[in-house]
Write a protein that binds this ligand. Structure first.
Ligand code: UDP
Length: 370
């Protein structure tokens, strides 16, 4: 008999499993996929660690999370700086003095601030949605060129129908700092995320290619408690209705050139280009392989966002009012479910970053593993 059956070998499951094992518990980890590491899974292609389920840049302000992850990997000095391509015009992201200079020709922070305050005047009162929030933060010009098209492609919804908090993920700065994140700690685990998660799961029994929901009854018998990190609505067989997710499709290409776009991430912020961004994976590790040699080839991924339908991988919860209300109903069922704990981006239907997922798993460990 296991103390815990952990459903999902992503960051939430791996963190809980690692801590439980360290506390002397007997744990079994299962995952539907043939690989560990959930959506942070990286796959080696010609020496390049390809982020198979989308770009993941680790960043955090939480000391306990940084101390935790650095037990399992050494992180490089990668700092995310994103380039936006609007119909061939290149802008620096997040919104900073380079962006404002290119957009308006302003040179000083005072001039940039004046331009923003002139353009935000159209928003009266507290912003009610993503569009109003964006205009109120950076003005209409930037909203039209760098936010509107990208956001509508990414979410498949009008900017007026999306919650304001989504755009608040991006910093706005009156300095020449184009670090995409406000984080004290940032980097990419050297050797790839898969290697890091493998280290977390060292000495732990992991069964891959096992579908929990299809074999629930028999799997539940194996353990005293279940930690479930899959979609919460699927657990309850969608009985209250389906929660909406955004899915992502990647078109990967291996190119026989050393440098395609000169940066890890280029966002295509116009409405017409069908992909949202192109990731060139080698730049997460400065174009070098694990031995420090320059890589002669490159792998790029064009990212296409779509509405999730059964059979697709869910990536982003759509935290609008309708879905949040439905999630609250599922949450009540989850709370009433004996001996099952729901966690992670899918289990809690929350737009969690990696560090928040780990932090949440560590908090659970504190309560649970006494
Ligand atoms: N966003 C945008 N333009 C960009 C990049 C981001 O309008 O070039 C908006 C968009 O609504 C997106 C949100 O900001 O969903 C959050 O972006 P982030 O890069 O944090 O998204 P993630 O990397 O999690 O997909």
């Amino acid at each position: 008999m296991y103390d815990y059956l952990i459903v999902g070998a992503g960051l939430y499951g791996a963190t809980f499993a690692q801590q439980a094992r360290e506390a002397g518990k007997k744990v079994l980890v299962i995952d539907r996929r043939p690989n560990i590491a959930g959506n942070v899974y990286t796959e080696d292609v010609e020496g390049i660690h390809v982020h198979k389920y989308g770009a993941h840049i680790f960043h955090t302000n939480l000391k306990r999370v940084w101390e935790y992850v650095t037990r399992f990997a050494t992180f490089n000095r990668f700092t995310n700086t994103v380039v936006a391509n609007y119909k061939g015009e290149l802008y620096s992201l997040p919104f900073n003095m380079y962006t404002f200079n290119k957009m308006w020709g302003v040179v000083t922070p005072e001039q940039a601030a004046a331009k923003i305050s002139e353009q935000r005047a159209e928003i009266k009162g507290e912003p009610q949605n993503l569009e109003e929030q964006a205009i109120s933060l950076v003005g209409r010009d930037i909203f039209e060129k760098l936010i509107k098209g990208y956001t509508e492609k990414q979410w498949g919804r009008d900017c007026k129908e999306l919650p304001a908090f989504i755009i608040k993920r991006l910093p706005v700065r009156l300095t020449f700092d184009n670090n995409y994140f406000n984080a004290l700690y940032q980097g990419i685990p050297m050797g790839g995320y898969t290697k890091m998660v493998a280290k977390m799961l060292e000495g732990i029994e992991v069964r891959l290619g096992v579908d929990y929901l299809a074999n629930k009854e028999e799997l539940d018998k194996l353990a005293k408690k279940v930690i479930y990190t899959g979609p919460i609505d699927a657990y309850f067989d969608f009985k209250l209705g389906t929660l909406e997710y955004r899915s992502v499709r990647f078109e990967n290409e291996l190119l026989d050139i050393p440098n395609f776009q000169g940066n890890a991430a280029v966002n295509y912020t116009d409405r017409e280009t069908p992909w949202t961004r192109i990731i060139e994976h080698k730049w997460f590790e400065f174009g070098k392989d694990d031995a420090g040699n320059d890589l002669p080839k490159t792998v790029i991924s064009r990212e296409y966002s779509s509405e999730w339908k059964p059979g697709d991988e869910p990536y982003y919860p759509v935290n609008d009012e309708k879905n949040s209300a439905l999630y609250d109903e599922y949450k009540k069922l989850a709370t009433a479910e004996n001996n099952v704990i729901f966690g992670g981006r899918l289990g809690e239907y929350k737009y969690y970053d990696m560090d928040a997922v780990i932090d949440s798993a560590l908090s659970l460990c504190k309560r649970e593993l006494r």
